[in-house]
Design a protein around this ligand. Sequence first.
Ligand code: FES
Length: 88
Amino acid sequence: MEQTAKNSGMVLACGPMPFLKNIWKNALELNVPTQLSLEQRMACGIGACLGCVSMTSDLYPDKQKAGLPVQTCTKGPVFWAHELNLDA
Ligand code: FES
């Protein structure tokens, strides 16, 4: 990711949450544009059950949802790293 940052590249990642958390932390530290595909368990897939929520950061573009959980199935599953708070 350091090399990608130096080359003004972009990172795309999917995988298990411990891996994505490491990518997320590096993306924020290195300021690399990064998209994460979150693999949450999904029951309904239409935003009704709230079983797939992910926590957003203060930088989430919908200010009414910033810092709050959003449905991964309908708002994602791909998010920009800076829009998420995976430590929550
Ligand atoms: S799977 Fe039900 S809200 Fe996302």
